[in-house]
Design a protein around this ligand. Structure first.
Ligand SMILES: *[C@@H]1O[C@H](CO)[C@@H](O)[C@H](O)[C@H]1NC(C)=O
Ligand SMILES: *[C@@H]1O[C@H](CO)[C@@H](O)[C@H](O)[C@H]1NC(C)=O
Ligand SMILES: *[C@@H]1O[C@H](CO)[C@@H](O)[C@H](O)[C@H]1NC(C)=O
Ligand SMILES: *[C@@H]1O[C@H](CO)[C@@H](O)[C@H](O)[C@H]1NC(C)=O
Ligand SMILES: *[C@@H]1O[C@H](CO)[C@@H](O)[C@H](O)[C@H]1NC(C)=O
Ligand SMILES: *[C@@H]1O[C@H](CO)[C@@H](O)[C@H](O)[C@H]1NC(C)=O
Length: 321
């Protein structure tokens, strides 16, 4: 009887966690949970809030099964980082770069072990890349993390190269850094997206360059992780609005679903939802019309996570009219 009581108490305590509104956090899907970390809130530029959404059970948005992990966050306050789950690494979330405020000399890569429930700073080897925020990041089948682009400034602790198009490769099993090719790489930018296709090619979409110009979506850049070469591709179909700050997820049917984005600071693009069919050459855009759009909906600083056939959009900035 006593143990049942304790058990119920525990459930009530942990499910009642209601996170603060935020944007520029990270989200990672692993083990039927979406783990959220950091970001900025209405009152704090940097946080280290750590919690997860249990997606193993049905839920609706009026009652979210959120669980608090703040007692085990051993990572500095952060926003604008990137988190990555490698398909072939069963129990780790990697967090790269980001804005750590005065802690900008912190390790470049942290890992959260979802089995042991501990954070580790990677004891990384090789020539360390410069810290950046708003990079585009994926992990391949060999557990190599590809980090492209991003920006640095005094918040990051480095004013020497504000915009980057450096492609850094982090081999998670050796904890070593190396450089990918940047011959024919896209112009230095940030706030774009990277999506890995099953054939080993990374699709880079959108972003914003050093002159504040948002990249066209009618041209995408492809990095072949097997050959370490760049190519660009002019898409067919619709011509979506150029954008940055969008998110991208790959469906099991080989379509990249792009959601959100701005085409001037804090101005949402009119075509918030896009579909890029990667089964055809060249890839083809369509602008789906959906019957229902939540209002207000976030358009920047949100995360999108694919769980089965659902794209779960969390937090972000909304337009206040
Ligand atoms: C947050 O950052 C902005 C500029 O990026 C700055 O003006 C503001 O003072 C910061 N707020 C806090 C609470 O540190
Ligand atoms: C949402 O989920 C809660 C808990 O499962 C349930 O009590 C509530 O009726 C649901 N609301 C709607 C609108 O489905
Ligand atoms: C640096 O990190 C420590 C430990 O997380 C934290 O207490 C401190 O507030 C951080 N400083 C800034 C400026 O984020
Ligand atoms: C996570 O921790 C477990 C238990 O300590 C260990 O067996 C596993 O190898 C760790 N995973 C990684 C990716 O290091
Ligand atoms: C600052 O950026 C430059 C150029 O990207 C890089 O060589 C240098 O290592 C960086 N410094 C730090 C402290 O990260
Ligand atoms: C795509 O179009 C641009 C001009 O709009 C052109 O410079 C570029 O070579 C084209 N790329 C390919 C792969 O055809």
């Amino acid at each position: 009887m006593f143990s049942i009581f304790i058990f119920l108490q525990l459930i009530i305590t942990v499910t009642s966690y209601i996170p603060l509104n935020r944007d520029e956090h990270v989200a990672s899907y692993i083990d039927n949970k979406i783990f959220f970390l950091g970001g900025e809130t209405d009152t704090q530029n940097l946080t280290k809030d750590f919690f997860f959404l249990d997606v193993s059970i049905p839920f609706n948005t009026s009652s979210l099964p959120m669980y608090d992990l703040n007692s085990i966050t051993e990572i500095p306050f952060n926003r604008r980082a990137s988190s990555i789950v490698c398909e072939t690494v069963k129990d780790a979330i990697f967090v790269w770069g980001g804005d750590f405020g005065l802690n900008s000399s912190s390790p470049l890569i942290f890992a959260f072990n979802t089995t042991a429930k501990i954070w580790n700073a990677a004891n990384d080897k090789g020539i360390k890349p410069p810290r950046r925020r708003f990079s585009s990041v994926v992990c391949d089948k060999n557990a190599k993390i590809y980090i492209l682009d991003g920006t640095a400034d005094q918040n990051i602790g480095n004013t020497s190269t504000p915009y980057s198009n450096e492609l850094d490769v982090f081999y998670t099993s050796q904890l070593t850094w190396s450089l990918g090719s940047n011959l024919n790489a896209p112009v230095p930018h940030d706030i774009g997206t990277a999506t890995l296709l099953p054939n080993g090619k990374i699709v880079y979409i959108g972003g914003s360059n050093a002159f504040g110009k948002y990249l066209e979506l009618t041209q995408v850049f492809l990095y072949d992780t097997l050959k370490n070469t760049w190519a660009n591709m002019n898409t067919t179909g619709a011509s979506p609005t150029a954008r940055g700050f969008h998110t991208a997820v790959l469906t099991r049917q080989g379509h990249i679903v792009v959601y959100g984005g701005e085409n001037a600071p804090f101005i949402p693009v009119p075509d918030q939802l896009l579909d890029l069919d990667t089964n055809v050459q060249p890839f083809k855009w369509t602008i789906p019309s959906i019957g229902f759009t939540p209002n207000p909906a976030p358009f920047r600083g949100h995360t999108s996570t694919l769980v089965g056939n659902y794209m779960i959009v969390a937090f972000g900035t909304i337009l206040l009219l």
